[in-house]
Write a protein that binds this ligand. Structure first.
Ligand code: F6P
Length: 323
């Protein structure tokens, strides 16, 4: 049953990636496998940056954000030649299976390797939560809590000045982070890529908040929405006289990715990293290890790559009701 497993992290880092690496390494070794870490994602796969990992090599990383293996976005891996070189390197080192810890683009890349015949297992990890095949992904919860801390702080200064604030969160083309941060942060309005925004409606929500006696108003904007922070601010500033309130905006950006993983992400990452090795031991390849209905699942890439995760419409309606 002894297998050689390689593990890499790819795409945008997410808090909890280290906990997933640790789980892969320690589960693998517990089942008498040899585990190799690949540095810098697919770039390292093409350039042969492999190193054997022991249980001690992953000591003290459970609580650390980022990824000890490093991550990269590799243009070369997008080409057949790049992927062929990656497979040659894996075969040269006698690797039986590769674990790819990452988000949408990284899993699409893993699927390409799988289609070229190499055994791959993916682990759902991205703060965007845009992967079909896992209800929640590693890093989302921590990123969300970072956004909430910022929202709570912005409310303090917003109240002092009776200002409206727009806070922009990440998420690429997915509105999950914005919606979740908006509900948990009590935002007056939320913009998401999945819905068309009417800026007048957003302005109304802010005005109504003031009319109801609030001394601050907060809008959470997704970076990928038609009205992100820049566009919404432009609209508010252009109509300032008519709207009757002043606005400031804050773009959270990569701050959301840099935190230490919270308990949920550490536990999720431990489960999914373990799940990846279990799939390899079962020789079940070309699957994404994720969490669905609170169970670790292995979903075939075939049915999920390229698919778009739906916005939770019920949660959006709840946000509108409660603002
Ligand atoms: O996919 C994770 C993510 O943080 C997105 O939310 C964001 O749009 C993107 O990565 C930023 O990418 P980069 O780190 O390459 O600037």
């Amino acid at each position: 049953m002894e297998k050689s497993i390689a593990v890499l992290t790819s795409g945008g880092d997410a808090p909890g990636m280290n906990a997933a690496i640790r789980a892969v390494v320690r589960t693998g070794i517990a089942y008498e496998c040899h585990v190799f870490g690949v540095r810098n994602g697919y770039h390292g796969l093409i350039n042969g940056q492999f190193e054997r990992m022991s249980t001690r090599d992953v000591g003290g990383i459970l609580q650390r954000g980022g990824t000890i293996l490093g991550s990269a976005r590799s243009e070369e891996f997008m080409t057949v030649d790049g992927r062929s070189e990656a497979i040659r390197n894996l075969n040269r080192r006698g690797i039986d299976a590769l674990v790819v810890i990452g988000g949408n683009g990284s899993q699409a890349g893993a699927n390409e390797l799988f289609k070229m015949g190499f055994p791959v297992v993916g682990v759902a990890s991205t703060i965007d939560n845009d992967l079909v095949g896992s209800e929640i992904t590693i890093g989302v919860d921590t990123a969300l809590n970072i956004a909430l801390e910022a929202i709570d702080r912005l409310k303090v200064t917003a109240s002092s000045h009776q200002r409206a604030f727009i806070i922009e969160v990440m998420g690429r083309k997915c509105g999950y982070l914005a919606l979740a941060a908006g509900v948990a942060g009590g935002a007056e309005a939320i913009t998401v890529p999945e819905r068309k925004t009417d800026p007048e409606q957003i302005a109304d929500a802010v005005r109504i908040a003031y009319e109801h006696g609030k001394n601050h108003a907060l809008v959470v904007a997704a970076e990928g929405a038609d009205y992100n922070a820049a566009k919404l601010t432009e609209f508010f500033v252009a109509h300032r006289e008519r709207l009757g309130f002043s606005v400031r905006s804050t773009i959270l950006g990569h701050v959301q990715r840099g935190g230490e993983p919270g308990a949920s992400d550490r536990i999720l990452a431990s489960k999914l990293g373990n799940g990846a090795v279990q799939a390899i031991l079962r020789e079940e390849y070309g699957v994404l290890i994720g969490l669905n209905k609170n169970k670790v699942t292995a979903t075939p890439y075939e049915g999920i790559i390229g698919k778009v995760k739906n916005l939770d419409e019920d949660l959006f309606e709840l946000a509108e009701l409660l603002d």
